[in-house]
Design a protein around this ligand. Structure first.
Ligand code: GDP
Ligand code: IMO
Ligand code: MG
Length: 423
C-alpha cells in the first residue's frame, strides 16, 4: 500500500491535528515525520480539547499504531508531560506508540542555546518557540547529536556530558543574559529519559517497510507548514526541518515512489506566528476580527497569530513543491459574516505584476494584488453536508479549485471532529 501524506501549506497551525484524527479511522498507522515540540496539534471531540506536541494525532484511536519517525526531534521532558496528559484517558500507549531509534534527542542545553541565539539576534529574531529545535537539528547535521537509540547504550551519559559542556561554552560565546540552573534541568531531564525509555524503540524504516508490504495503510503526519520549510520557506524565518513532502521520505525512510495521496491543508485565510514576511497580513480591524473569531492564539506559546487574507500565489507554490493531490480547506466558518473577502491572486513585485513567489517577499519589494469576493453570512458550524453551503462559499471554493487545479476534498467548519465535510 502507498503511504499517504498530510501536511500544512501555509505557516503552520492549519488544522493538521484535527484532520489526522478524522482520517485515522482509514489508516492502520500514523507516522510523524519531522519537527518536534514546536508543534501544537489540536484535536477536539466529545467536548474535550487535546493539544499534541510530538505524539502523532492518531493516538486516540485504539486500533491504530503511532510512529514517531527518525526525522522528529524529541524532548523527553515535554514528551513525558504529554504522556501524563494522556493518562486520564484509556489509551494503551505502551502498545500503540513506538519511537524510531534514529530520532534525535533535544537536550536541556539545546533549549538554552535556542534562547541564547534568539537573544543575540535582537530585532532580527526568528520568533522561535524556543523548544531547542534549531540547535538539535544543527547537532544532527553537524553529526554531534544524541539519538533515541543511543539511550540504550551504557555510555550515553558520557556522550551527553561532553555535548552539554560544549553547549555551555557556546552559550557563553553568545554573551547574552540567559539565566539557568542546569543541574535542576538535568534532574528533570534524566527522569524524563526514564519515561521515554519505558516506550518501545524501533527501527522505524524497517517497521514501516514491512507494514507496507503486508498491506497496512499508513498516513504520514507533517508538522509546521510549507512556508516554514528550511529550504522552501521564508528563510531565515523558518523552522529547521523539511516540512514539505520530501521530508516525509527522509523523515520516515519511505521511498518517493511509495507516496500515494498528498493531502494539503490550508486555512480559508492566512495566519503566521513569529517573525518574518507575510504579504497579505492585515493590520486593521478586519485582521483583528479574524484573530478573534478564529481564536488565533498559538497552541504552544499562546502568542497571538498574525492574520491576513488567503495568498493564492503562496498556496500554489506550496501545492507545487509538495505535489498535492487533494486539498482541505479549514476554518471557513471563521469568515462567516465578513461582507467582502479578498484573495491575493498576483503580486506587484518592484513595479511589475508577477504570479509566482519570488526570492524577496519583504514589504518594500512586494505588494499583494487582490481579487474580491462576496462574503457569506450563514453560520457554517452546524452544516453537515456540502449541499447546505451558501452560494458565496461555493463560489470561493470553485475559484480556488479552478486556480489550483486540485480538488478541495474536505471543508472544515469548526474545531470538532464532527465538523468536517467531505466533498
Ligand atoms: P495544527 O498545528 O495544524 O494541528 O493546528 P493548531 O491546532 O495549532 O491550530 C488550529 C486551531 O484551529 C485549533 O485551535 C483547532 O481546534 C482549530 N480548528 C481546526 N479546524 C477548525 C475549523 O474548521 N474551524 C474552526 N473555527 N476552528 C478550527
Ligand atoms: P504546527 O505543527 C506555527 C514557527 C515559530 C517561528 C519559526 C521557528 O503546530 O503547525 P522553531 O521553534 O521551529 O525554531 O520556530 O517557526 N513555528 C510554528 N508556527 N505552527 C507550528 O507548528 C510551528 N512550529 C514552529 O513560531 O516563527
Ligand atoms: Mg499548531
Amino acid at each position: 500500500m502507498a503511504v499517504d501524506l498530510l501536511l500544512g501549506l501555509q505557516w503552520g497551525d492549519e488544522g493538521k491535528g484535527k484532520i489526522v484524527d478524522v482520517l485515522t479511522s482509514n489508516y492502520n498507522i500514523i507516522a510523524r515525520f519531522q519537527g518536534g515540540p514546536n508543534a501544537g496539534h489540536t484535536l477536539e471531540f466529545d467536548g474535550i480539547k487535546h493539544v499534541l506536541r510530538t505524539i502523532p494525532s492518531g493516538i486516540f484511536h485504539k486500533d491504530s499504531m503511532n510512529v514517531i519517525g527518525n526525522g522528529v526531534v524529541i524532548d523527553p521532558v515535554v514528551f513525558a508531560k504529554e504522556l501524563e496528559g494522556l493518562d486520564q484517558f484509556d489509551i494503551d500507549y505502551k502498545k500503540t506508540l513506538i519511537i524510531s531509534r534514529k530520532a534525535h534527542v533535544i537536550l536541556p542545553t539545546h533549549r538554552l542555546l535556542d534562547a541564547a541565539s534568539e537573544a543575540s539576534k535582537g530585532k532580527a529574531k526568528i520568533g522561535s518557540t524556543l523548544k531547542g529545535i534549531g540547535p538539535t537539528y544543527m547537532d544532527k547535521t553537524g553529526r554531534n547529536g544524541i539519538r533515541v537509540g543511543d539511550l540504550e547504550l551504557s555510555d550515553w551519559k558520557e556522550k551527553y556530558r561532553a555535548l552539554a559542556d560544549k553547549h555551555e561554552a557556546m552559550i557563553k560565546f553568545y554573551n547574552v543574559d540567559v539565566q539557568y540552573d542546569l543541574e535542576e534541568m538535568e534532574v528533570e531531564f534524566f527522569e524524563a529519559v526514564k519515561v521515554l525509555k519505558s516506550l518501545q524503540f524501533i527501527d522505524s524504516e524497517e517497521y514501516l517497510y514491512q507494514a507496507q508490504k503486508s498491506g497496512k495503510t499508513i498516513l504520514a503526519e507533517g508538522a509546521q507548514g510549507s512556508l516554514l520549510d528550511i529550504d522552501f520557506g521564508t528563510y531565515p524565518f523558518v523552522t529547521s526541518s523539511n516540512t514539505t513532502a520530501a521530508g516525509a521520505c527522509t523523515g520516515l525512510g519511505v521511498a518517493p515512489n511509495q507516496i500515494g495521496d498528498v493531502y494539503g491543508i490550508f486555512k480559508a485565510y492566512t495566519t503566521r506566528v513569529g517573525s518574518g514576511p507575510f504579504p497579505t497580513e492585515l493590520f486593521d480591524e478586519v485582521g483583528a476580527k479574524m484573530a478573534k473569531i478564529g481564536n488565533e492564539f498559538g497552541a504552544v506559546t499562546g502568542r497571538g497569530r498574525r492574520c491576513g487574507w488567503l495568498d493564492l500565489i503562496a498556496l500554489k507554490y506550496a501545492c507545487q513543491v509538495n505535489g498535492v493531490t487533494k486539498l482541505m480547506m479549514m476554518k471557513g466558518d471563521v469568515l462567516s459574516g465578513f461582507k467582502a473577502l479578498k484573495v491575493c491572486t498576483a503580486y506587484n513585485y518592484k513595479g511589475e505584476t508577477i504570479t509566482h513567489l519570488p526570492y524577496n517577499i519583504e514589504p518594500e519589494n512586494l505588494k499583494p494584488i487582490y481579487t474580491d469576493f462576496k462574503g457569506w453570512k450563514e453560520d457554517l458550524t452546524k452544516m453537515t453536508e456540502a449541499s447546505q453551503f451558501p452560494k458565496e462559499l461555493n463560489d470561493y471554493i470553485d475559484f480556488l479549485e479552478k486556480e489550483l487545479e486540485i480538488p478541495i476534498y474536505v471543508v472544515s467548519v469548526g474545531p470538532d471532529r464532527k465538523q468536517t465535510i467531505f466533498r
